[in-house]
Design a binder for this molecule. Sequence first.
Ligand code: ZN
Ligand code: ZN
Length: 155
Amino acid sequence: MTNSPEYWRKCTSCKSLIGFGQKYWICSVSTCNRVRTGLVFCKVDCFDAHVPVLNHKDAGAIEKRAPSAAEWMREQSESESVRPQPSASTAHAETKRDILVVVSKTKDYVRAKAGLNTSENVMEVLSDKIRAILDDGIRRAIQDGRKTLMDRDFK
Ligand SMILES: [Zn+2]
Ligand SMILES: [Zn+2]
């Protein structure tokens, strides 16, 4: 276990520290919220400064609250485990690479379509793509304030 860090993240725009339990904002554009990108802003002004940089058309700032130090530490240690989170956090889903497709059906499809065999690691690539599509849909459902992911989140 590492020592508890002093702060949670740094603001993407002004680099000031975002402490644990502090309010922060994220960009509503899904590509700004990938786990590896994860843009965070300490205030709405910093978010506003980010919008013209990336040429967003209709981006919005979404208010969030940073986890407490204890929560964050727990999250770090749990991200290794496979326990799925009921929350909207995509960090957990993205850290493990479960296969989300039905392997036999996928292989059948490719064989029927073109007579090709399908290599095993194609399933990982497909699963990553599905996760990316799901993440976008999840983001939309959350913005809509829903608890259910729906077909319209993918349109
Ligand atoms: Zn800032
Ligand atoms: Zn953005």
